[in-house]
Design a protein around this ligand. Sequence first.
Ligand code: ADP
Ligand code: MG
Length: 723
Amino acid sequence: MSNGRKLLSLRELPVSRLDRVSERRAGRLAELDVETVLDLVLTYPRRYIDRTRQADVSDLVVGDEAAVLASVQSARSRRARNGRAVVDVVVRDGTGRLAVVFFNQPWRVKQLEEGTEAIFFGKVGDYRGTRQMVNPVVDVVAGVTPGRKTLRILPVYPASAKAGLTSWEIGECVEEALRRAGDFVDPLPAEWRASLGLWGRTEAFGAIHLPESLAVVEPASRRLVFDELLRLQLALVMRRRAFEINARALRHDVSPREVTGAVADTLVARFLARLPYELTKAQRRALAVIVADMAGPFPMHRLLQGDVGSGKTVVALAALLAAVQSGHQGALMVPTEVLAEQHVTAVRALLGDLEGPGGMGGGEVRVELLTSRVKGKARAAVLAGLAAGDVGLVVGTHALLTEEVAFASLGAVVIDEQHRFGVEQRATLRAKGADGDPDLLVMTATPIPRTAAMVIFGDLDLTTLDELPPGRIAVETVWLPGEVHADQAQAWDRVRQEVAAGRRAFVVCPLVSDSPRVEARSASEEFERLSAGELSGLRVGLMHGQMAASAREEVMERFRAGELEVLVATTVIEVGVDVPEATVMVVESADRFGIAQLHQLRGRVGRGADPSWCYLLGGEEANERLAAVAGSTDGFALAEADLRLRGEGTLLGVRQKGQSDLRLASLTNADHVALLGEARRVAETIVGEDPQLAAHPDLADDVRLVLDEAEGEYLFDEYLFKS
Ligand code: ADP
Ligand code: MG
């Protein structure tokens, strides 16, 4: 073990232990989620001011970008003719005066009182012969402590007016934290550091917070980015190894030959043979890999991703049937009750009277539904059937993981959509597999970029369906921005035309709140309004999450059968709803939805052979998300766009931990993506030789930073690899 500070030990120190942090300041830092000394040193500057390159006002050249340190001489606000707020500021240094104009930032008047010293950074323009900056970046220098003023490069931290903390105050605290921490342990083995050309950790922290020149920021940040990525990858690879090591695999009685049609008399082969369509090449390939996993010596642990409509469900079903034909049971876990209800209907139809193997109840494969809405006798019957092994396939929500659910022999689990699937659930699942560890297949609703998959689902093997079934016609997407309702008439006209031609339409109500009750009420109102207005004379149904399951099932059934022509709904129809006759979707206030959600919603139409349309109503002309969705129907391309526009935060939010773990690293930065690949390679090599990092205790402590306590105990448990 090397000498020096570990990051983990800094997590034990509250910020109040620093001289610079008074009780009051500690409270303000807490508002920024900075509670420990570790949080402080991981609070990175958001940019730097190079004081050696600061210009004098008199030297400013029109057309150049420049930073000037100047004091405010006057600041006045007015309204432009178009109503916009304008703030006119005059600033001066010893050499001259400069006009600074802010549009739509009325609060600048308060910020820039007479005499305020600040650095103004922006492009120098010319307005009627006077040099000026429009909407420059402003860093108020007031309050820069004498110590900081001598710095040549001033780090600018994400200050917060709300928390009452300036960038310089944060800088002071960070500086003290670093000084008192001294040297850091460098957990990365020297040979890796050398081969990757990475700086030492101590130098990296020093240079990112207090750079001597701007040139050192990049290499410093590279090292710290690598650390962030490596911690996560080590955790994921360890999780994966831990999963494999004590696994009691059920070696299912199935082979890829059943997928190719070379073997015809098994349940899986017969199921595939009677599908009303041919599997796509991608489906075949994916299923062959899955089936090989299931027959193999380790429990499957795989992510299946594919665009909306790529046909993941049938692949999942075949996998579950592979378990059934081997004398076990299969479970399909989905995120909503509507979806579970729909899947049960679809699965029963697809299976028809297919005979299960003996011992699984003999005759047909019994398929049951289990959600919190299945109650009383019906519930008791399903539970008994699962415990006795009479039920071959069960479809349900999270309810499947509860204690009361016991299986005779659970062989495979498919989890639809991106649940966070942690160690606890995994343990729960294992416990339910009486004869061994069930195989696990996770499916995503919409694709995510490969890099993000590596960070979020890096403990799973990845299979991608990169092909849509033949004959699909891309959904024509029409975006009608703004509030102008005259424009929107074409959407409702289309609905009427399609309904007249015997087809069906969805109307998706705006997302109004997080409360399902409020959401339901607003959907009901929208339903009334449309029924009396745009959709009058049509047979319109309503569906939202607050309706009883039976009522929803009934509405869905009537819509499927064509008795209802238009379905006005909340996002309960977002996932998986499959009605091939539906050819139009109108999404109201589309700007309230994210890219992935819109793409998923749009996937509810265009599932049959007829042309179809999706109308996105609302949003400003400049809305990049809506432009992206209107411009592409390729889920993989949209996933990249989403990552670019929103950053990884929202993606990683799926696993809340990950979000705070990537502070510097960005999956939209090509250099960081390259480092991600390196981090994965390093993690696999190290864990391959040393699964619990026994010989790398410093690295182990780094990994603990990204694990919650329960998982930390589990992965580092000394008995884990000995039982
Ligand atoms: P998703 O990947 O979005 O979950 P689904 O599994 O719901 O897609 O499949 C979308 C639609 O495509 C369903 O109606 C399904 O019956 C149909 N489908 C699936 N595979 C094929 C195929 N190989 N050929 C034709 N249609 C298919
Ligand atoms: Mg699906």
